[in-house]
Structure formats: structure tokens, C-alpha cells
Design a protein around this ligand. Structure first.
Ligand SMILES: [Zn+2]
Length: 237
């Protein structure tokens, strides 16, 4: 087995006033994160990492074998495809001074402005995704809610790392804007899943019975939803 040195991982040092001791973590798409107590002498971090080298190498190999990547991708998309909206845009990049601006027409999304920082462009694209989600996911949820006869109180669109949605005790449904990258049947299933929580705030047998009533394929769809994070493009921060 090839052992790789620690230092080619991106390193982030974070000060946390509540930390009692130094904590080392490997965080997907971020790299090595060292959490230190407030006022900690960060010049010690190098020797701490050297001490922990074996653990870091082992953990990294295990996580990479599971498909985790540690460096943030600087890639930018050529197309933006939102299956649930039946929309696809070709993305065009126009380097220009001034501020980053995104404009669309029927087939194109034009990103104009400074392009030297791919991460800034990614953030701007992510804001575009969030705006599209805010416009298009709530009407879809309303339609599914009406069809099922399961009303909810309000809907929120959020950008979350790994959670597709949630439903609060007050029947507020939160949807992840990244749902736009998923096929329509998975988006619909997530909506059914959350709407059924307006009746049962748990995953009890009664809850699943209700879900199955609306979606007999629910087990299969839950499974697909569980691995659907891989459908979110790498450029999405
Ligand atoms: Zn649930």
C-alpha cells in the first residue's frame, strides 16, 4: 500500500474558545482541520501533525476508499441541468472588470465579470441555484401537498451539506436547494417523505405505512435518495 505524506492535504487551523484540547479532523472537500483552544500557539501544530501522521494516513486512505475527496474542486460547469424544472442552460464565461453578474436567456447562463477566482464564480453559481430553487421548489411542494391532501404551514429553501429536507413540529418544511440536481422522482419522493411528517413526526411503522400509501416504491426511492449526494456537481460549494 502506498503511504502518502500528510502535507499534501489542505490544512485549516480553527480556533475554538470551547475547545479544551487540540482536535484533528479530516473533512471532505476541506482537508485536514485542526481545532485549537483560544490563544493556542499554532507553531506547535506541525509537530502535533507529525505525531498523528499514522492516524491521518490511515483515516485518509479509509475515507478515500469510500470516495471522499479532500481538496475543493476549482472546476466550473459548462452546463447547468435542473431535471425537475426541465431546464438546461449552457454556461458561458465572459471575463470582464467589475462585479460578477449572472444573466440568463432561454438557453444560456452568462457569467460576466472577473474570473480569476474560480471559488467566487462557484459561489455566484450557487446563489443562482438557490434563487432558482426558491422560485421553483415551493410551487412543486404545494402541488404534491394538494395531491396528497397533506397541508403544511410554510416552506423554506436552504443550502445544506447533506440533508435533503426536514419538517418541523410547526409543519414548516425545509428543502435543500441542491434538490434541483436530482431527478424528478427523487424530488417528489423527498417531498412525500416530508409531507408525511406533518402527520407523524417520526419514522414509526405508522409513518412508513402512510408513505407507502402514496409511494409504494418508497424503500427503493429512500435508498436512491441516500446516495443522491453524488449527483450534486463538485463545483457546488
Ligand atoms: Zn424523515
Amino acid at each position: 500500500m502506498k503511504r502518502r505524506p500528510v502535507h499534501d492535504l489542505p490544512l485549516t487551523i480553527r480556533e475554538n474558545p470551547r475547545a479544551r484540547r487540540v482536535l484533528i479532523k479530516l473533512v471532505p472537500r476541506t482537508g485536514l482541520v485542526v481545532v485549537v483552544p483560544q490563544g493556542f500557539d499554532t507553531s506547535q501544530v506541525t509537530s502535533i501533525l507529525a505525531e498523528k501522521q499514522n492516524w491521518i494516513v490511515r483515516t485518509r486512505e479509509r475515507m478515500e476508499a469510500e470516495g471522499v475527496r479532500f481538496s475543493r474542486s476549482a472546476e466550473l460547469p459548462d452546463t447547468l441541468d435542473f431535471p425537475v424544472m426541465e431546464r438546461q442552460w449552457q454556461v458561458l464565461y465572459l471575463p470582464k472588470p467589475g462585479n460578477l453578474r449572472l444573466t440568463t436567456n432561454a438557453t444560456r447562463l452568462i457569467v460576466s465579470g472577473p474570473q480569476h477566482d474560480p471559488y467566487a464564480v462557484q459561489e455566484a453559481l450557487a446563489r443562482f441555484v438557490a434563487r432558482q430553487a426558491k422560485e421553483h421548489l415551493p410551487p412543486l411542494l404545494h402541488a404534491v401537498s394538494e395531491r396528497l391532501g397533506l397541508p403544511f404551514e410554510s416552506v423554506r429553501i436552504r443550502t445544506q451539506k447533506s440533508r435533503w429536507g426536514s419538517c418541523s413540529a410547526r409543519k414548516t418544511i425545509s428543502l435543500n436547494c441542491k434538490l434541483l440536481f436530482l431527478p424528478p422522482e427523487l424530488v417528489e419522493h423527498l417531498m412525500i417523505h416530508e409531507l408525511c411528517h406533518t402527520r407523524h413526526m417520526n419514522h414509526s411503522p405508522q409513518y412508513w405505512q402512510l408513505v407507502r400509501q402514496f409511494q409504494p416504491q418508497c424503500r427503493h426511492l429512500e435508498k436512491r435518495l441516500g446516495s443522491a449526494l453524488s449527483l450534486v456537481p463538485d463545483w457546488m460549494p
